[in-house]
Design a protein around this ligand. Sequence first.
Ligand code: SAM
Length: 248
Amino acid sequence: MVKPRFGQHFLIDQAVAQREVAAAGLTKEDIVLEIGPGKGIITALLAEQAKQVIAIEIDTHLVEELRKKIPENVTLICQDALTVDFDCLPRFTKIVSNLPFQISSPIMFKFLQSSFSIAVLIFQKDFAERLVASPGSKDYSRLTVGVSYKARCRILEMVPRDCFSPPPKVDSAVVELIPYKTPRFLVKDEPFYFELTKQLFNHRRKKIRYTIRSLYRDIEDLPFLDQRVEQLTPEQIGQLSDKLYEHL
Ligand code: SAM
């Protein structure tokens, strides 16, 4: 029985699964993390190409079914992936998943706290477009800024909704995520930068001057005061954050 609360839209197009796995460029050295193996269409391909697969699935019924057919190099964990301590897993090198849409954002930030060389992920199309959006576009958001600080992100292909069963209401996209070895730019205080980004995007149409005034006080010696956050690049938000941090 399909459980909509777990975002269960199973991939039924083998060619899409093969392209997604191929994009990760797996070797027999790789340990791959997969969130939500479902019925195992991607898991089977990962197991063929990688040394080990760690698959975390929340649905006990699916886990029981998977246990009957997975190869020996797949470690199956039946748990909510958001509650798993990734530091306690074998050191994975890559991530490949068709993610449940309900956890797209928190799992993405959880990934970015860990170390890996590439992630190839299927997201709903609108989420994928927010990940790669440019400043000034309607999709540019806190998510774009947060992710682009840590990783290079691009859409590899769009996946029509009829490639899934049951079909979701929207199309999906395969996204490649490659973390920077060192951050793209440095900020004086990362938590402050992320918190400021969040606050500014909560008022994305307001001039920065007014948001800063309501959050802190009137500070004139800051860049970009007469602009809106949606127009600033992640680096420019970093410059603003550093200057503001000096004042506080
Ligand atoms: N990988 C399979 C495929 O491509 O057909 C299934 C993908 S389906 C979009 C998402 C899968 O994630 C489902 O199997 C669902 O039960 C599982 N899931 C949902 N929430 C989860 C969570 N918090 N932790 C782990 N797995 C989860």
